[in-house]
Write a protein that binds this ligand. Structure first.
Ligand SMILES: Cc1ncc(COP(=O)(O)O)c(C=O)c1O
Length: 412
């Protein structure tokens, strides 16, 4: 059967879900000739592989045959208890293990919340730009998106207030408040409070997605948005992907009743449970290792990489290109002059001539309309490679003729 005919059989909800551009970018990233700033990858060399190996072994030794049986959908109770303590100590959120569900990465948690709340056409607010993986998850539920701009203090709450006034039917607000993907910015304390007040006023649910929260290189952490939640309308998500390993595919979701029970029911229908073996291994890792020391080591290494990228950007990028200066996380956001299409530029010039990859703006906006920007990741590469890649990228941008659209990119 031909591809076109076969696609006629696909459900409407996946027809708009075109990831071919991204597949192309990640294919190019895998080419060793290229320096790729595209993926949101932790540094391979910082994974605690020996400690994790010991943790899996310990989990299997302790659990015996019973470990290999089906287990609860919500996930290992002792691990949820540890996470409840972590939520209190690291996010100022007081919850019990009953409020927590373990998921297959934060990605599954996003999908489950969308599945719970979004009928076809339902209104939701997302940051513009936002995490493209969340958009991919939301797209399949066919919401009506309202994009809220992001500035140096995170989501623009004044803009959100106007949007909610005009569209009080908005039922879900998705935000990445800590070291935002893709801009790296962090939502201010006041905006966190204002956001909860608006959600209360307009009867909306907030999805607080915070996998980068612990990866702070300057300053001190702010309380989670969930800390200010008095009506049980904030669902908080985090993950072990960035602080331990993404291959564990383990994240967690924090919610109050009735949301938590409904989400447990949906996970049961989706995949029954996460891997008990992996959850027991993570539980053992946390019992026998100081994860905060591990995170401190990550932060020391990632700070050097962040600084290497910022120094190179200062040095090699032209004055008409601006970029963010994140205090943590994985990403820097670059804004090109109006009219430049970063995707076309990548394909036509950057990849073939500079052999560098990034994630162009459009796929990180719900409406795909903004083209003049891109996301850079600084955690996956070493500082020397970062500097080399940014120098090559800057070399092209220095010679970009900004009076034209990129279809006519002129290199002088
Ligand atoms: C903002 C954000 N949320 C969620 C995820 C999903 O991560 P995982 O499913 O590996 O926990 C990512 C991964 O890049 C992310 O950047």
């Amino acid at each position: 059967m031909g591809e076109i005919i076969m696609k006629n059989l696909f459900a409407n909800r996946v027809l708009n879900n075109d990831t071919s551009d991204l597949n192309e970018i990640f294919k190019n990233s895998a080419n060793p000739e290229n320096i790729s700033f595209a993926g949101g990858f932790p540094d391979n060399r910082l994974f605690p592989d020996h400690a994790l190996q010991a943790a899996y072994q310990d989990a299997i030794n302790r659990g015996g045959q019973a470990l290999f049986q089906y287990a609860s959908t919500q996930g290992l109770a002792t691990l949820r208890q540890k996470l409840a303590e972590r939520m209190a100590n690291h996010a100022d959120v007081q919850v019990t293990a009953d409020n927590i569900m373990l998921t297959q990465g934060g990605q599954q948690a996003i999908d489950l919340v969308a599945k719970l709340l979004l009928n076809h056409g339902d209104a939701m607010a997302v940051e513009g730009p936002t995490y493209m993986g969340a958009l991919a998850a939301f797209d399949t539920y066919e919401p009506t998106y309202y994009e809220i701009p992001v500035d140096h203090d995170g989501m623009d709450i004044r803009y959100l207030r106007h949007t909610l006034k005009a569209h009080p039917e908005i039922k879900l607000i998705y935000t990445v408040p800590d070291f935002h993907n893709p801009t790296g910015t962090t939502m201010s304390l006041q905006r966190r409070k204002d956001l909860v007040a608006l959600a209360n006023q307009y009867d909306a649910i907030i999805l607080e997605d915070s996998p980068y929260r612990d990866l702070r290189y300057d300053g001190t952490n702010l309380p989670a948005i969930k800390h200010f939640d008095t009506e049980g309308r904030v669902v908080f998500i985090s993950s072990f992907s960035k602080i331990l390993s993404p291959a564990l595919r383990t994240g967690w979701l924090v919610a109050d009743e009735p949301l938590i029970q409904a989400l447990v029911n949906l996970k049961s229908a989706t995949d029954v449970q996460s891997s008990s073996v992996t959850l027991a291994a993570i539980d053992s890792y946390l019992a026998h290792n100081d994860i905060d020391q591990h995170i401190a080591n990550l932060n020391a290494a990632y700070q050097i990489k962040r600084d290497a990228m910022l120094n190179a950007l200062d040095r090699y990028f032209p004055a008409n290109v601006s970029f963010t200066r994140p205090a943590g996380g994985f990403f820097i956001w670059v804004v090109l002059p109006q009219g430049v299409d970063a995707k076309q530029l990548l394909k036509d010039v950057i990849l073939p001539q500079a052999h560098v990859a990034y994630v162009p703006a459009a796929c990180q906006f719900a409406h795909r309309k903004v083209t003049n920007g891109f996301r850079l990741n600084f955690t996956g590469l070493d500082p020397v490679t970062i500097t080399t890649g940014i120098k090559r990228l800057g070399g092209i941008l220095q010679h970009l003729n900004v009076d034209t659209t990129v279809a006519k990119v002129a290199l002088s």
